[in-house]
Write a new protein. Sequence first.
Length: 314
Amino acid sequence: MMIRATALTKDYGTRRAIENLTFNARKGEILGFLGPNGAGKTTTMRILTGFMPPSSGSVEIGGYDVIENSLEVRRIVGYLPETVPLYSDMTVHEYLEYMGSLRKVPRLEQRINETIEKVELSDRASSYVGALSKGMRQRLGLAQALIHQPEVLILDEPTIGLDPGQVVNFRKLIREIGKDKTVLLSTHILPEAQQICDRVLIINNGHIVAEDTPEQLQARLTGSQRVLVQIRGDSKDVLPIVENIPGVIRAQVRNQDSIEFESLPGKDVRPEVARTLIQRGFDLLQMQNINLSLEEIFLKLTREEPAEITDSQA
Ligand SMILES: Nc1ncnc2c1ncn2[C@@H]1O[C@H](COP(=O)(O)OP(=O)(O)OP(=O)(O)O)[C@@H](O)[C@H]1O
């Protein structure tokens, strides 16, 4: 195992940010940390990079304890924090020279050239950092994380604030770099985790609530459908009818003239619902799939195994 985190807990004063997180990452794996804002992703990454100690628990990276062997850990870990401290009055080359010299990178000039080529900034080597686009700045952030050729790369919400084109490029770049590194990446965007990662940990409220491959995650999420139905009439009259249609697992009144229902995985009951309602004399005004929000996805994924609620969070 390249990363081994055991029973990590972090309290900020009386606020418990993460509790008892245990997870591993294999060598060469791209592991995703998926969770909404405030879930505890940044806290975990800061602990992993030795930026701050946990309140309890331990982390080993490449066999080194992040606190006891912090120098070794810094040598094998590259970190792209949520906001990278970049110096706008340095050029791209100067900035990497500076970051590389702090890390005492050997043959730095050659290394800078290799790195800017990898992140596709070679033609910007002499541009001032302040003049770069957001996407370029993020690639420069990645370059500083890669300058010392770390085996492990830790990326905190790396595509946040990029425009859609830049996001696509940046994800491709991470996959490319991840071919020969262990990568831990945090995101609050489900498709991002699915596109980039080999395995995804879902973190909510400081706890790991699910762990899966992107494929299995997808299967668990797209299995069932949620649909909004609007009719001319009273939704209270329609509810019992829809509830009784085979394949419908849950239905509820949305407002006066609409209800929503959820169907069994793998079964599209919409035609049956439409037919039944029309047969019963209702005018069907609208039928619309409802996308799951991230919060709902968490609930869904954790329905079978509810997240542990502890009373120690007060
Ligand atoms: N320095 C701090 N002092 C007090 N509370 C903090 C501190 N940093 C984080 N927290 C709290 O700990 C919890 C976890 O925060 P964390 O930043 O790790 O979450 P996150 O998943 O990275 O979210 P985000 O994407 O918003 O950064 C949040 O409730 C946050 O308010």
